[in-house]
Design a protein around this ligand. Structure first.
Ligand SMILES: NC(=O)C1=CN([C@@H]2O[C@H](COP(=O)(O)OP(=O)(O)OC[C@H]3O[C@@H](n4cnc5c(N)ncnc54)[C@H](OP(=O)(O)O)[C@@H]3O)[C@@H](O)[C@H]2O)C=CC1
Ligand SMILES: CC(=O)C(=O)O
Ligand SMILES: [Mg+2]
Length: 543
């Protein structure tokens, strides 16, 4: 199904009009005589591969999705490892930075602060209201690790939704990418004549909060079956909006909860390998975070469930976690700190402030090091060597995106740990050979979680996304490794199996929704696991 939207003006209001919504078979004579779908697929793939720069490939793929979504998604599914980095991180980071330059046609909804009081009217312009099931909503205030990009954040919503379609078989016409324009504090965009957003600084918190309140109410009123994924809101807003809305509407925050779930899953698999090598009980792991923003704190919260699942109390679980921010180790004696950091602030450290990561590692003696700091190179040789001296198999997850902000690269971690590292990064790295053995980096990215979590929540018609559903998605992913993948020490399944993985995650999420009593699709309760799996797969869009 091709949906082509074109902006039109009606009574001074800009609307999106569907100019083509049905598969259009060109009349006889409008295609060359030997045109054939299978060969055209090969032609498109060759055209894609002929481009030298990834941003050109991104532009090509955006146009292909517009012109022929079926070929686009077939290509994604058949070449996940090649295409995911082009439509998602790292290339989507460049697409965001250059959005004003590469923009061709609208693919989603832009709702600005100027629309306050009229948001319902804007939503009614969406051409496929009754089919809407999932929306990725950003306000562009913290896109990947690239900062406040204003409306240039739109490609992140588009990219995540393409992965919903490719990875979980959500129908393309059920997706709504949304970018909220509340201004931007990045002067370079305000000065750019091509910038597509409002030319104003971000509005004050109170005004943004009122806007969000109206936006959420109108979204629920217009799209009764919609699940919302909050994406790349700056940390203060990420926590505030999750807290404020999660009990009123079906939604989750991908950076806090999706990232928490994906990292818990990789950690479960890494901790088993690490403990097998060290003989250390699973409950003895200690995790040090560099970065205490929405992602760092979200992951820390979720990792507590690893310890609780192994019998530790909440207090004991919390004591296994240490956070470091731009000012160093977070501890009570350091002085005032942001609200979201307080829960993990150490009460048992009374020394002077510590800022040197290697020194902090020597003090904490962690088994695992997580990077969510947007700080390239922060896991330097001294850091990795110190981790490797403490652990026969150190767990090192540089999770910041895009690649150029990664705390370290895979080849560095392999070399400095002499091939012993258990590694996962936010953006993909190539595999490495070390000592005659092939080593594979994991991709600890929420893209493994949100498609299946969203699909499960949509099919269960969940009225809320509970913590238990998020945890279930994580455990479902951790369990999805095959014997072959385990034999290669993989921490995450191969991305080519994404549909299979999303099915397992969706099943786990549906069961958790039922247990929590938030499912509204009660027919699924009577089905066996095999029947739910079949139900999930039958509902997937197949290009
Ligand atoms: N792999 C994945 O799936 C995901 C990855 N991410 C990535 O995580 C990163 C962080 O996201 P988010 O938490 O929302 O961002 P924030 O900006 O909210 O947080 C960044 C954190 O890093 C800290 N920091 C910055 N510089 C340094 C430094 N030099 N040394 C130590 N700490 C530092 C900041 O400290 P302070 O608080 O003092 O300012 C802050 O705590 C991004 O790159 C994002 O792309 C996010 C979501 C998913
Ligand atoms: C992956 C992701 O959600 C992020 O980097 O923000
Ligand atoms: Mg994100």
């Amino acid at each position: 199904m091709t949906i082509v939207l074109t902006p039109v003006w009606s009574n001074g209001v800009q609307k999106l009009k569907v100019i083509s919504a049905a598969p259009t078979k060109p009349a006889h004579g409008l295609l060359p005589p030997a045109h054939n779908d299978a060969i055209h697929y090969q032609r498109c793939l060759a055209q894609l591969r002929s481009k030298d720069r990834n941003i050109e490939k991104y532009i090509y793929l955006s146009q292909l999705k517009d012109a022929d979504p079926s070929i686009f998604y077939r290509m994604c599914l058949a070449n996940m490892a090649e295409i995911t980095p082009l439509i998602y991180t790292p290339t989507v980071g460049d697409a965001c930075l250059q959005f004003s330059q590469i923009f061709r046609r609208p693919e989603g909804l832009f709702i600005s602060i100027k629309d306050k009081g009229n948001i319902g009217k804007i939503l009614r312009n969406w051409p496929r209201i009754s089919e809407a099931r999932i929306s990725v909503v950003t306000d562009g205030s913290r896109i990947l690790g690239l900062g406040d990009l204003g409306v240039n954040g739109m490609p992140i919503s588009i990219g995540k939704l393409s992965l919903y379609v490719a990875g979980a078989g959500i129908r393309p016409e059920s997706t709504i990418p949304i970018c909220l324009d509340l201004g931007t504090d990045t002067q370079k965009f305000l000065d750019d004549p091509l910038y597509l957003g409002l030319r104003q600084k971000r509005v004050p918190t109170k005004e943004a909060d009122e806007f969000m309140e109206e936006f959420m109410q109108e979204m629920a009123a217009h799209f009764p079956k919609l699940l919302i994924q909050f994406e790349d809101f700056s940390t203060d807003k990420a926590f505030a909006y999750l807290d404020r809305f999660r009990h009123r509407y079906p939604l989750f925050n991908d950076d806090i909860q999706g990232t928490g779930a994906v990292v818990l899953s990789g950690f479960i698999n890494a901790a088993k390998l690490s403990s097998a090598a060290s003989g250390r009980p699973l409950t003895d792991h200690r995790i040090l975070f560099l970065g205490a923003g929405s992602a760092g704190v979200g992951v820390a919260m979720q990792l507590m469930s690893f310890f609780k699942l192994h019998g530790l109390s909440t207090e004991e679980a919390r004591s296994r976690i240490y956070l470091v921010d731009s000012q160093g180790l977070i501890f009570d004696g350091r002085g005032p700190m942001a609200e979201h950091k307080k829960y993990f602030s150490r009460t048992d450290y009374q020394g002077p402030p510590m800022t040197d990561l290697t020194e902090i590692i020597k003090l904490v003696r962690p088994t695992a090091l997580m990077g969510l700091s947007t700080t390239k190179g922060a896991f330097n040789q001294s850091v990795i060597q110190t981790m490797s001296a403490l652990n026969p198999r150190p767990i090192v997850f540089p999770l910041s995106n895009p690649v150029r902000l990664s705390e370290c690269e895979f080849h560095e971690a392999v070399e400095w740990s002499q091939g012993r590292v258990l590694f996962a990064s936010g953006s993909p790295f190539p595999e490495e050979e070390y000592g005659g053995k092939m080593l594979y980096p994991g991709q600890g990215n929420n893209m493994y979680i949100f498609p299946g979590l969203g699909l499960g929540a949509i099919l269960a018609r969940a009225s809320a996304v509970t913590d238990s559903m998020v945890e279930a998605s994580s455990l479902g992913l951790a369990d999805a490794l095959t014997a072959d993948e385990r034999a290669d020490d993989l921490l995450y399944p191969r991305v080519e199996r994404i549909r299979e993985i999303s099915t397992e995650i969706a099943l786990a999420v549906i069961r958790a929704a039922q247990k929590a009593g938030v499912d509204r699709s009660t027919d699924l309760r009577k089905m066996s696991d095999a029947e739910v799996r079949a139900f999930v797969q039958e509902r997937m869009y197949n290009p």
